[in-house]
Design a protein around this ligand. Structure first.
Ligand code: KG4
Ligand code: ZN
Length: 334
């Protein structure tokens, strides 16, 4: 079964053709980063307009790179939430029109389920149940994937998401949006032990908190600036990246040990592209004795291939959308 999928929840207009939920026939990403960079973040109105201009182009390109015409697709899929309402609506309306015109079923997809499903593309042998650390711009969740599309929440951030914290830390270092990849690159040259940041005390055994680390980091940078010191940005980036990666990895380890290492671990979302997090999670899983699944780096951040994979399993459960499909900006996944 070949699905043409579209993703437009934030600042990437992406289209892909995926076969049987596992095989990428094409994967086209039009990034709007250049349009938003001068504002230091995504401007919703600009995003909606850019999606509108790009939807037709990226879907045509995805079909052509897959060597297909629209008639050859068995179904279409689109991200229905969570995300920016205008951005989502653009994609939802475009795909509703296309599905109606082509007489194809339309499959609505939860963006975060898409991130989890990126693992099915990179590791065709992966099947539920498994545990998953979901870390993106808006999510820091530890979940149990019980079956395809069936998730149980185990832990989550009590304040900021990990990606959000990376973006804010990057801003004080003068790294342009989106800050996560910039901090990651800079941190490779820095010393993670140059400064110490506090470890949060959190009640929930598997919960996260990044707001304290973020504030301590901002205070540290301001103190150094006030003392007239030249900032060693690489060291600072490495210190911050390490604090976030350690916290994420420690809780995942606690969960695995509590469960007696009975299930493999996976990672998903933009922050799972972070090199230090990937190294620490790999070392931890080797120590604990479970297999770690990670999406290929290029499939961690927003793309439509992951939407096409999630759509396949959604379709197998018999879920398709009618013409009343609406965007759901605050859609939950657990
Ligand atoms: O999953 P994603 O692409 O979009 C959402 O669904 O939110 O995640 C975007 C987030 C941003 O906060 C970005 O800074 C962060 O993921 N990110 C990273 C890296 N690549 C993207 N954070 C740390 N290290 C990275 N290499
Ligand atoms: Zn995302």
């Amino acid at each position: 079964m070949r699905i043409l999928a579209l993703e437009s929840s934030c600042d990437e207009t992406a289209a892909a053709v995926i076969e049987d939920g596992r095989k990428i026939l094409s994967n086209v990403i039009f990034s709007q980063i250049d349009l938003h960079a001068m504002y230091g973040g995504v401007v919703p109105e600009i995003a909606s307009r850019a999606h509108m201009e790009a939807c037709g182009r990226v879907t045509r390109q995805a079909l052509s790179e897959a060597g297909m015409a629209l008639e050859d697709a068995d179904a279409l899929a689109v991200t229905k939430g969570p995300g920016l309402v205008g951005a989502l609506l653009t994609g939802v309306n475009f795909m509703k029109g296309l599905a109606y015109a082509a007489g194809k079923p339309l499959i609505p997809v939860n963006h975060i389920e898409g991130h989890v499903s990126a693992n099915f593309l990179t590791s065709p042998e992966l099947e539920p149940p498994f545990l998953c650390l979901v870390v993106s711009g808006g999510h820091s969740h530890l979940v149990l994937v019980e079956a395809f599309g069936v998730y149980r929440l185990i832990g989550q951030t009590v304040d900021d998401a990990a990606g959000e914290a990376f973006d804010k830390a990057a801003r004080v270092l003068g790294i342009p949006y989106p800050g996560g990849p910039g901090i990651d690159r800079l941190a490779e040259e820095g010393n993670p032990r140059a400064y110490t940041l506090p470890r949060p005390k959190i009640e929930g055994r598997y919960d996260y908190s990044f707001s304290g680390v973020k504030t301590a980091f901002l205070n540290l940078v301001h103190r150094l600036e006030q003392n007239g010191e030249t900032l060693n940005k690489a060291d600072l980036a490495a210190v911050f990246r390490n604090a976030v990666a350690e916290q994420l990895t420690d809780k995942a380890e606690l969960l695995l040990r509590d469960r007696g290492a009975d299930l493999p671990m996976a990672m998903a979302g933009g922050v799972s592209a972070n090199r230090e997090l990937r190294r620490q999670m790999q070392a931890m899983c080797d120590r604990v004795g479970v297999r770690l699944y990670m999406p290929a780096i290029g499939l961690c951040t927003d793309n439509a291939a992951m939407i096409g994979s999630a759509a396949y399993y959604t379709y197998l459960k018999g879920e398709t959308a009618g013409p009343d499909l609406n965007a759901e900006p605050a859609l939950r996944f657990v």
